[in-house]
Design a protein. Structure first.
Length: 202
């Protein structure tokens, strides 16, 4: 029974393998414009809901405090992700949030080299992260249902790749601006371009 497989079996296996690896998926790309802000930096563009369960990554996300600034300023994570808060300064920093969706945690105050963490469980949570030693310090953790998100740079350009073909609701978020959500149809292959407009919140 150790004969080599007939050629049709090899071809069939190849076709099955190929089709399993080419699900119909496309890209959403575009640009965000924000009226009333200096630049569209740190706008979060994301698909509101995608069918299925999205497991958080094994590796932890990191927020550092360096030169009295939280890095990154906006962190995007899938629900269930653990975030490590590092202190990269030679002074004591604290980490807390007043937001209920993150259980109003206060991780305490600690020196450089020490790390404390928190697992964000609630989808759609937008938690402001503060330091009670330095009131000017601020960061945001935005918790999403799925990994189809993008955070813009100064140019406002975004790309979300490898989305299964279908209809979705694309949303935008910025701490100081707001904009309408938009229905988007992702093609089976290739890309759809969407331009998004936001306005500074009053
Ligand atoms: Cu601080």
């Amino acid at each position: 029974m150790n004969k080599s497989k007939p050629i049709w079996m090899v071809l069939l296996a190849a076709v099955v393998f190929w089709s399993a690896n080419t699900t119909m998926a496309g890209t959403i790309k575009g640009k965000v414009k924000v009226r009333g802000l200096r630049s569209p930096k740190n706008v979060v563009v994301y698909i509101d809901r995608v069918e299925g369960q999205f497991k958080p990554p094994q590796e932890h996300a990191i927020v550092n405090q360096k030169e009295m600034v939280f890095h990154p300023h906006v962190l995007l994570i899938v629900a269930g992700t653990t975030v490590e808060f590092h202190n990269g300064d030679q002074v004591l920093h604290n980490v807390f949030t007043p937001d209920k969706c993150a259980e109003k945690f206060n991780l305490g105050t600690w020196p450089a080299g020490e790390v404390r963490s928190y697992t964000f469980k609630e989808v759609d949570c937008e938690a402001v992260i503060l330091c009670n030693v330095h009131p000017e310090m601020e960061a945001w953790v935005k918790v999403l249902q799925n990994p189809y998100f993008y955070k813009t740079d100064k140019d406002g350009v975004f790309t979300i790749e490898n989305i299964a073909a279908g209809k979705y609701t694309l949303k935008v978020w910025h701490k100081k601006a707001q904009g309408p959500s938009q229905e988007v149809t992702v093609p089976e292959k290739g890309e759809v371009t969407v331009n998004l407009k936001m306005k500074r919140k009053r």
